[in-house]
Design a protein around this ligand. Structure first.
Ligand SMILES: [Fe+2]
Length: 147
C-alpha cells in the first residue's frame, strides 16, 4: 500500500499527501518520501497466512463507555488474531491511529513490558478508524474499521 513516510520517525501519512509538518516528530514536508510498499497488506483477507495472522491488527469497537460516558466510542486494538510477540529482538514498536485517514494518536511500545494491545476512547461517533502497527522485523500493517 502506497503512503508518504517520514524519514525521521517513520510516521506514515495515509491520506494521499505528505503533511506540512510531521504530526509525530515535527519534521518538515521535505522529510517525507513516497513509498509504494510502505504498508503490508494481506493477499487474501479471508485466508490469512501465519505471518499475516500475527501482524494485521484486530479492531473491536464498543459503544458503551464506562469511563467518559455517552458519546465516547471505545476501540480495542490487538496486534494479531494470533497475538504478536513482544520480545527484545522482535516486537511491535508502535501503533498509529487515524480517523478518516487523518492521524490522531501514536502509542509507543517497549518490548517485554506489555502486550501489543491498546484501548482508546474516541470522541467521534462515526468514521473510519485505521490502526497501523510497526513490527521491528516485519514492517507496517494496517486494519481499517467503520466505527
Ligand atoms: Fe513481527
Amino acid at each position: 500500500m502506497e503512503a508518504f513516510v517520514c524519514k525521521v520517525c517513520g510516521f506514515t501519512s495515509i491520506n494521499g499527501q505528505a503533511p506540512d509538518r510531521c504530526p509525530v516528530c515535527g519534521a518538515p514536508k521535505t522529510s517525507f518520501e513516497e513509498k509504494q510498499d510502505a504498508i503490508n497488506a494481506p493477499k487474501d483477507s479471508n485466508n490469512l497466512s501465519d505471518l499475516e495472522k500475527k501482524h494485521v491488527p484486530v479492531v473491536d469497537i464498543k459503544r458503551q463507555c464506562g469511563l467518559v460516558g455517552p458519546g465516547c466510542v471505545d476501540a480495542n486494538i490487538k496486534v494479531g488474531a494470533v497475538l504478536h510477540v513482544m520480545e527484545a529482538k522482535h516486537y511491535i514498536m508502535y501503533i498509529d491511529l487515524y480517523l478518516d485517514k487523518d492521524f490522531i494518536a501514536r502509542y509507543h511500545m517497549v518490548a517485554e513490558k506489555l502486550n501489543p494491545v491498546l484501548g482508546v476512547h474516541l470522541k467521534a461517533a462515526a468514521g473510519k478508524l485505521s490502526a497501523l502497527e510497526n513490527c521491528n522485523l516485519h514492517g507496517r500493517w494496517i486494519a481499517e474499521t467503520e466505527i
